[in-house]
Design a protein around this ligand. Structure first.
Ligand SMILES: *Cc1c(COP(=O)(O)O)cnc(C)c1O
Length: 400
């Protein structure tokens, strides 16, 4: 079967909720992916940062295989011998007291929102039914009905109401706006330390610290959604570390899986996740031994291969190279670590055509928010591979 045959099948039988580039991938290793016709591409998306460790990392693959031969699912009705290790290792790595495992990122966000509401009622003393959670404009936190209820992207909401009440949205990057929006019923502030889907938006310096201080002053939980920015992507283990804060709640997903098997979760101290009692919340697959084994090895690879440090150094290198590209189309190059956005001017005619041209040259990027090309390769990328990519990016950005 050729590329066009796969696309035909997909278009015929699949729901059309995505608009993928027309490349059909059948194999991958490290930063490289191969299509069904044998053509090789440098992956500059890394599955939205779920494969920070590189495609099919041999150590994670081994952990998956070994565990798959022993036991894969026990449900939480029984205990398994992997989850306790994951609890200990992720808590020791991040400095939080407690972890709650889920599967997808959206589920982990939902879990954090539920924990925050319950904390508001049981610990803070907000009147039952009146808890408010403040979020930011241009946010992305997943696709469930409650999460899209606070989206500011029309398309994400169109046709999906009625929405979940209890959310307020303030402009991202504006700490005063948060301060003004706080009421006695505010229980949490949910924020992405760097907005990924929003277009790799880095907030102004000091914003996270200021909003964190506002939360502390008003007894509000600061919840960092690090599903995309976390686990090395930004050049730190977590992007909030750039401002020396310690969020009350941290949400992780994506790269916790090494790209192998969906696994996400919520980190906090006992005061917050301690509000959950048996039966309050759960998931059939959450915390299963296969996921736990994969997550354990994914974290070990991240640390032992120094991928966080690599992201910091090579990110600086990649960004400086991209900033030096002279093109009439480029408005701004921004980001932290290997989390990079190249924003094009409105008159460039959208980022899609540049992504398509890059694909023809063997580089896979995906446009985000019309005008931004995101460069977020697996963190195992080498300097020479960055040099090679920049040459092509330079050529493509010279198009009319
Ligand atoms: C991807 C993402 C999510 C949702 O994760 P899913 O696994 O797609 O549900 C939530 N928050 C952020 C910041 C993300 O980038």
């Amino acid at each position: 079967m050729l590329t066009k045959d796969y696309i035909e099948l997909e278009e015929k039988y699949g729901a059309h909720n995505y608009h993928p580039l027309d490349v059909v991938i059948s194999k991958a290793e490290g930063v490289w992916v191969y299509d069904v016709e044998g053509k090789k591409y440098l992956d500059c998306l890394a599955a939205y940062s779920a494969v920070n460790q590189g495609h099919c990392h041999p150590r994670i693959l081994n952990a998956l295989k070994n565990q798959a031969e022993k036991v894969t699912l026990t449900s939480r009705a029984f205990r398994n011998d992997q989850l306790p290790h994951l609890y200990k290792e992720i808590c020791e790595l991040t400095g939080y007291q407690t972890f709650l495992p889920m599967n997808s990122g959206a589920e982990a966000v939902e879990t954090a929102l539920k924990a925050a509401r319950k904390w508001g009622y049981k610990v803070k003393g907000v009147n039952e039914g009146s808890a408010e959670i403040i979020t930011c404009s241009n946010n992305f936190a997943g696709r469930t009905i409650s999460i899209i209820s606070f989206s500011t992207v029309n398309q994400y909401k169109d046709g999906f109401g009625p929405f979940t009440p209890g959310f307020k949205v303030v402009p991202y990057g504006n700490a005063e706006a948060l301060e003004k929006a706080v009421t006695k019923n505010t229980v949490a502030f949910l924020v992405e330390p760097i907005q990924g889907e929003g277009g790799v938006i880095v907030p102004p310096d000091g914003y996270l610290k200021k909003t964190y201080d506002i939360c502390k002053k008003n007894n509000i939980l600061f919840i960092a959604d690090e599903i995309q920015s976390g686990l090395g992507r930004s050049g730190k283990l977590f992007a909030f570390e750039y401002e020396n804060i310690r969020p009350d709640v941290v949400i992780v997903g994506k790269a916790l899986s090494g790209g192998f098997y969906p696994v996400s979760g919520v980190l906090s101290d006992k005061e917050v996740l301690g509000v959950f009692h048996p039966g309050d919340h759960g998931s059939t697959f959450g915390g299963n031994p296969l996921a736990a084994a994969v997550a354990r090895e994914s974290l070990k690879v991240l640390i032992e291969e120094k991928l966080v440090e690599k992201s910091f150094e090579l990110g600086n290198y990649f960004r400086s190279k991209l900033s030096a590209v002279k093109s009439k189309h480029v408005k701004e190059v921004r980001g932290k670590g290997l989390f990079i956005g190249v924003e094009l001017k409105p008159e460039a005619g959208g980022a899609r055509r540049f992504c398509e041209a890059l694909m023809d040259r063997g580089i896979l990027c995906k446009e985000t928010h019309e005008d931004v090309i995101r460069f977020a390769p697996p963190l195992v990328i080498k300097k020479e591979e960055i040099d090679w990519a920049v040459k092509h990016v330079e050529d493509v950005l010279m198009m009319d």
